[in-house]
Structure formats: structure tokens, C-alpha cells
Write a protein that binds this ligand. Structure first.
Ligand SMILES: NC(=O)CC[C@H](N)C(=O)O
Length: 294
């Protein structure tokens, strides 16, 4: 098999992602007993892309509670992450909050409870720094700018949502928030640390402080299991038995409830836009450690 076939190809529709070295591979495992294990390029920051959507969802649920579910569904779509077709059939209510359309609604909800896009972006970044206990986490402005300049499909989704009355802010502002949270750069170590509250029943296991309620982590984990890998979610659940969220930067955050938060990164993607080697690694790890929740 060629290297290309083994590793997949990095995303190229967001130009800076195409130039990331496909040979990179990193993994970090943060256990709820506070031990952290890393291997490979675990300290190198990469574009977390759609992994950011689980953090914006957590924040939005904290601010709006269950009223968010009037504007976005909780069902897997079986469609690509940037698909527009279902939106027409379902009258502007995205199937789930991890599809691009769904997370545009989540970004809109966050924007409505702040005053300006800049403030909302700052809030998302502060939340990530807080849960990861790491002030070094930042947005990559080159990635944000590139996605803004080339994101015609996301612009179409935002405008379409507006036509159904499911955005309350101007689509430009919602897209601004969206591309910036997708452009957050984090290492596997930082990401694994940030995911600990999902493994530790809503608490930071190091400090014992509550981040969100236990019930909310159960719900976010359930959505990750059913929708976290888009039209690859069923296969990922079948192989690993773990709630998990992928991004087109090649990162995956997987949660072993009550045990660990795992971040893995390899930029080459499979046909569904999920990290090919990342899935492979989580499959092996989950089986060897008997970490499937089933
Ligand atoms: N699956 C992803 O990571 C997609 C996120 C990317 N920012 C996009 O909107 O296309």
C-alpha cells in the first residue's frame, strides 16, 4: 500500500490545512486519576476544527439550557458534515449540533448572549483555557482567515438558516464566530486535558471543581457517540464503543467515561473527513484496554 493509502490525505479545502505534514501522529491520554501519557507529536498544536463544536455546545447548553433543542435536533444525519439537503426537508432545523449547520445555530445562540462576535470568540477561548488549565491555547488567524475567504458552502448554510428564521444574528457575524472557533489550535496534550470534564462526570478531576452538571456530560457524550463522526459515526461506535468528536484537521477527542480523555492527531483523512490513523489508533487502544462502554 502507498503511504497515501495508509494515512489518507489532509483536508485541502481550507488551504493552510493542506500544508500540514501528513506524517505527523500524536496521542495523549489524560486519566481521571490525573496521570497523563503522551506519544509522538503530542505537543504540536494543530487545527481542532469541528472538535471545537463539542465545547461550543457545552457552553450554549450552559447558557440556554434545553431551549436550544427547539432550534437543533439530536439525531445522526447519515450525511456529510457540510450537507445542505436535509435543511430544506426539515425546514431549517439542523439534524444535530455537530453538523456545520447545527454548529452555526449554536454559534448564533452564543452570540445572542454576548454583545459582539469578538466577545463570543473570547468567551469560547476562555472556556477552553479554563477546562484545559492552559493559557497557551490560541486561535490560528491564518486558518480563520482562509476559511472565511473560501467558506462559500458555510456561508450558504448560514444564509439558508436565516431564511428559515433560525439565526437571530447577521449570518456574517455568526460565520465569524464559527470560523474562529474552528481555527483554535491545540496539541493532543491540551485537548486531552480539555476533555477531562466529560470523562469525570462534569468535574475537573485535578481540582474537583464542577465545570458542568453530570447530566449534561452524559448528554454531550451521547451526542458524540451518535453524531461525532458525521456519516462515519456508526462505524466508529462499532469499532471503539467510545463517544468521540472528530475534526478535519485530523484530530479526534474520545472519552472513556469515568476513566480517560484521549486526544489523537494524524492529518490524513478518510472519505468521511475523519482521521484515518486516529480511528485506527483508538480502535486498537479501546480493544486492548477494554474501554468500550458496551
Ligand atoms: N468536519 C470539520 O472539522 C469541518 C469544520 C470546518 N471548519 C468546516 O466548516 O468545514
Amino acid at each position: 500500500m502507498s503511504g497515501r493509502a495508509e494515512r489518507g490525505l489532509p483536508a485541502d479545502y481550507i488551504p493552510p490545512l493542506a500544508s500540514v505534514d501528513p506524517a505527523c501522529f500524536g496521542i495523549a491520554v489524560a486519566l481521571v486519576d490525573n496521570r497523563v501519557f503522551t506519544a509522538g507529536n503530542a505537543e504540536q498544536a494543530f487545527s481542532i476544527q469541528s472538535i471545537s463544536k463539542l465545547f461550543t455546545l457545552t457552553l450554549a447548553l450552559g447558557m440556554l439550557g434545553d431551549s436550544l433543542w427547539r432550534r437543533v435536533g439530536r439525531e445522526p444525519s447519515g450525511d456529510a458534515f457540510n450537507s445542505i439537503v436535509l435543511l430544506e426537508y426539515e425546514r431549517g432545523i439542523p439534524r444535530n449540533p455537530f453538523l456545520n449547520a447545527g454548529s452555526l445555530v449554536v454559534a448564533d445562540a452564543l452570540l445572542s448572549s454576548a454583545r459582539a462576535p469578538r466577545e463570543t470568540i473570547g468567551e469560547i477561548l476562555r472556556f477552553l483555557r479554563f477546562v484545559a488549565e492552559d493559557d497557551g491555547i490560541a486561535i490560528d488567524p491564518v486558518v480563520a482567515q482562509a476559511e472565511k475567504a473560501t467558506g462559500y458552502r458555510n456561508a450558504a448554510l448560514a444564509n439558508y438558516l436565516s431564511s428559515f428564521g433560525n439565526l437571530t444574528n447577521h449570518p456574517e457575524h455568526v460565520l465569524g464566530v464559527y470560523v474562529h472557533h474552528c481555527a483554535i489550535a491545540m496539541s493532543c496534550r491540551q485537548l486531552a486535558m480539555a476533555g477531562r470534564f466529560l470523562a469525570a462526570r462534569g468535574r475537573n478531576p485535578a481540582t474537583g471543581h464542577s465545570v458542568v452538571s453530570e447530566e449534561r456530560t452524559r448528554r454531550v457524550n451521547a451526542l458524540m457517540m451518535t453524531c461525532g463522526h458525521y456519516d462515519g459515526s456508526g462505524d466508529f461506535a462499532f469499532r471503539t464503543g467510545l463517544p468521540s468528536k472528530s475534526g478535519v484537521g485530523g484530530g479526534i477527542l474520545a472519552i472513556v467515561p469515568a476513566v480517560a480523555s484521549i486526544a489523537v492527531w494524524s492529518p490524513g483523512l478518510n472519505a468521511q473527513g475523519n482521521s484515518l490513523l486516529g480511528i485506527e489508533a483508538l480502535d486498537i487502544l479501546s480493544r486492548r484496554m477494554c474501554w468500550s462502554v458496551f
